[in-house]
Design a protein around this ligand. Structure first.
Ligand code: SIN
Length: 286
């Protein structure tokens, strides 16, 4: 694929590309947006450096790719109802997003895109790992793929945001250094999605179920299901599928939740990390 308006460098790792030549704080014309969209579909996660984005500018850039969605468990920033702050204070111990997952897959229509902007990052640590769930799916045996494709998963926020969830307790809130809330009924809700989803735009299949958001395979116990989820997580986080992104203040990552997993590393105790996140609505997984 050749680009006229942007430069796309794929040397960052097995998945993803660094895009330059564009100022995301400006209003972008349709041709530039089309090139970014094409690069995103091809590389699954795009990284932009040295951007200066207010919450409104970040939301405007995200809106070029679809209708914005609101994250159900956190208060947005004052400037935009669609931008949530993801902050780990220097004295906090837990972090947000510190396990392999795709964002908010427990919603009926989970977000297709997440755009994460770095406001303040530690000098060392706080990288995010990104795993290619399409390539990982392709690398499974045909028999395994055929089995997985037949199974549905029960997805729910309850494992992390419900009564027994990791983010729920007062201690967890203090340890995260940030307040989490949200609708208690929704936090316990369940929805059925396939374990393997087909990308609406590319037609390619990817692993979709994850330990933090998929309670069980439909008809299986949690323990039985965990054996599969653990295997798939181990499989898709092998070196050949994973790119590690080192943030700088002003970096923006834009990933496709339909075909990517990510994991925010929590290896910067004693230092502050402050990000702004926007999500773009997707379709019901098929
Ligand atoms: C997330 O899971 O959305 C947060 C990722 C990060 O903070 O690196």
């Amino acid at each position: 694929m050749s680009y006229v308006h942007i430069e796309v460098d794929t040397h960052i790792g097995p998945v993803g590309a660094v895009v330059s030549g564009v100022d995301l704080s400006e209003q972008l014309n349709a041709e530039v947006v089309a090139e970014i969209h094409a690069a995103w579909l091809q590389h699954h996660v795009l990284f932009f450096r040295d951007q200066t984005l207010s919450p409104s500018a970040q939301a405007r850039f995200a809106s070029y790719f679809g209708e914005l969605d609101q994250y159900p468990f956190m208060q947005p920033v004052d400037e935009s109802a669609y931008v949530i702050p993801i902050i780990k204070e220097a004295d906090a111990t837990m972090n947000f997003g510190g396990d392999w997952h795709t964002d908010t897959s427990y919603k009926l229509r989970p977000p297709k895109a997440t755009l994460l902007y770095a406001v303040e990052v530690p000098e060392q640590g706080g990288d995010t790992l990104f795993a290619d769930a399409t390539a990982a799916y392709q690398a499974l045996s045909l028999a395994m793929r055929e089995s997985l494709e037949r199974w549905q998963g029960i997805y729910s926020p309850k494992l992390v945001h419900g009564q027994g969830g990791g983010y729920k307790s007062v201690a967890a809130k203090a340890n995260l250094g940030q307040a989490y809330g949200g609708d208690a009924d929704f936090a316990e809700s369940e929805v059925e999605h396939p374990l393997i989803r087909t990308h609406e735009e590319t037609g390619r299949k990817s692993i979709y179920c994850s330990k933090p958001h998929t309670v069980n395979i439909k008809g299986w116990t949690r323990d039985e299901s965990l054996a599969i989820f653990r295997f798939l997580t181990k499989h898709l986080t092998q070196e050949q599928f994973v790119t590690r992104f080192k943030w700088q203040a002003g970096s923006l990552a834009m990933w496709d939740n339909r075909c990517m997993f990510h994991n925010a590393l929590n290896d910067y105790q004693g230092h502050r990390r402050h990000m702004h996140r926007v999500i773009v609505k997707g379709e019901r997984p098929q």
